[in-house]
Design a protein around this ligand. Sequence first.
Ligand code: PEP
Ligand code: MG
Length: 544
Amino acid sequence: MSRMTGVGVSSGRAAGPIVRVADPLPEPAATPAPADPAAEAARIRPAADAVSEGLFQRAAKVGGDAKAVLETTAAMAMDPALTSQAEQLVATRSLPASRAVFEAANGFADALRAAGGYMAERARDVHDVRDRIIASIEGITPPGVPEITEPSVLIARDLAPADTADLDPELVLALVTEEGGPTSHTAILARALGIPAVVAVRGVLDAAASGATVDGDEGTVELSEAAVAARAAERTEHADWDGVGRTADDAPVKVLANVGSATDSTAAVEAGAQGVGLFRTEFCYLGADEEPDVATQRAAYAEVLAPFAGKPVVVRTLDAGADKPLAFLDMGVEPNPALGVRGLRVAFDRPDLLDTQIEAIAGAAQDSGAEVSVMAPMVATADEAAWFAERARAGGIDRVGVMIEVPAAALSAAEILQAVDFVSIGTNDLAQYVFAADRMAGALAGLNDPWQPALLRLIGMVGEAGRLVDKSVGVCGEAASDPHLAGVLAGLGVTSLSMNAPAVRAVGAALAQHPLDTFRKAARAALEAPSAAAARHTTKTTLA
Ligand code: PEP
Ligand code: MG
């Protein structure tokens, strides 16, 4: 038996036989030149159509996000820009069809990667489509998840959205990936399915075992044959929750949802979220070529807010810039986008953008009846917070906050809280900036682990600053969706947790299990732990 360590990103423990997800195809050769280039080029479009058709068929059998993911990938496969570029490469450079698709798709993927942020994440999807079309041309098995016939542990290099969109949760006991980080698609998916997952397990693909026991809390994978026989899964318990976020002794900790669309809002209401702690408005505009006017923005926001009439919703102003490029912003190229003009920094040069958005949000609040607050992303100083608060209040917003996702802001929480009504900690970015570790880099996933004691210490400082002035301190990064961490965050002074809808019930139930003092004790122990793994472990013991 061998034990491997990675980063646990979704809690629970499960054991079962291993199913390996096929690796991407090898790079197709650029030779031999086709004897009949026209006939060779003619192989591309039918192959792309077949891929697209297959994905649409899978999409027809599922609903919700899975359907959307599969349809998007299907549409990408039949994008005429991709196929005609590949056909041209056959004609002009005498490349075999597979090689031409490979080069054309890589060109698109490179352009997306250069754009950074969300666009860069789409590069993974283009590679997935590329490999499916090449497999179709070559008549070989496409990469991705093979058919799963019995409950199994899925092991992959990383998972693309189309790999996982229609996975049957009854048949997937756990996910393990060699790459990926806490905010990767695999991590989000596993939490959504309520199954254990460990990412960034170096070398797991090369291990020869046929069974595995996965511990998403400890971040370990034990490879053995015995696990196949055991085939026991302790799924994350979604214990009963009465829908009110509070500890066992009634200290309130609101359980809120992160949303980016009306579909998300509906799912959040169904999950029992008490409100919205983060509405990522930039999701409404990722495809827009021009700045949407006030009426367009107002209507888009009102649609997302409507399911939460009478409930609290925190709307975040545009978190755009070089890292999350919006076509209409035209910010130019930055050498180091994560440290560049992003979030609120965009508004310093373009306050008109902020004013337009505030006007639209205030209007949408009236239209929807939601109790709307507004917060700014990527705030670094108390001056910036005050600048934003003044503008938002002048635009008719009563309750104004800022995100704490830059270490300087965490260190200045007391000063910042003088200028605003609340703060919300974005642990995804705060971790990346505290550890100087790109949040998208699988190799650095261990540093972006929300259980890292240094990150918890910063959260504790912000919690204490909030407690002293009796203002609320939320967490709206991925850290908030870990039910085992929820109590520790409450113990550090966090008064609301905001997460993707599927995590809501488990987090609500976890908070209700112990009184606040027990969570404070667990938090103290986690702060003193020498590592993220030790913090997890000591919390488990304290809260057992
Ligand atoms: C965060 O950084 O934790 C956060 C919630 O913002 P985003 O993930 O949108 O950058
Ligand atoms: Mg952020």
